[in-house]
Unconditional design. Structure first.
Length: 175
């Protein structure tokens, strides 16, 4: 099968195929020289070296490698910002959880105190200790004062048995 093209068709087709092959080969070589932003993200050493080359080069604005480095750095910054936001959110959630736990513990302590106060105020008579009632004070009886005894002369009956003997036998003492 051949294509009939008037003029120099075979030469033109060969020239076009060769031109596409050269352009394709050049573009492959160029892509192998400058890594993509994803490749730089996966290899931090390559990213650091490419960044150093871009900082030294004056034509870094137009260089494909430097564009890839800038894109990789932008993605890294976005990831860091996202991670810091997530860390802040997690820290805030943890702080809220701690606050809620402390508030619940305080509520329970207050509830316990309230119950203790109620128990003291409304005492159950069956659970109280037994305290005997005090007897009413009995007034002292008022008796009249005893009469004062007048000293009387001593008699033989008051003196005792020896005195009674002597008193009954007056003769026995004189003998």
């Amino acid at each position: 099968m051949s294509i009939d093209v008037p003029g120099r068709p075979a030469r033109a087709i060969a020239l076009l195929v060769t031109a596409f092959a050269v352009i394709g080969a050049c573009s492959r070589e160029r892509s192998e020289e400058s890594p993509t932003a994803v490749a730089l993200l996966t290899d931090p050493i390559a990213l650091d070296s490419a960044l150093a080359r871009c900082n030294q080069s004056s034509a870094s604005v137009e260089n494909a490698e430097c564009r890839a480095v800038r894109a990789a750095l932008a993605r890294l910054d976005e990831e860091r910002v996202k991670a810091s936001r997530e860390d802040e959110k997690r820290a805030q959630r943890e702080a809220e959880m701690r606050f809620e736990q402390q508030r619940e513990a305080l509520r329970q302590r207050e509830e316990q105190r309230r119950k203790e106060l109620q128990a003291k105020e409304a005492a159950d008579p069956y659970n109280l200790p037994f305290i005997a009632p005090e007897a009413p004070a009995v007034p002292k009886p008022q008796f009249p004062a005893p009469p004062q005894a007048q000293p009387q002369p001593a008699t033989a009956a008051d003196a005792g048995p020896a005195a009674q003997f002597v008193a009954s036998n007056p003769q026995s003492t004189h003998q």
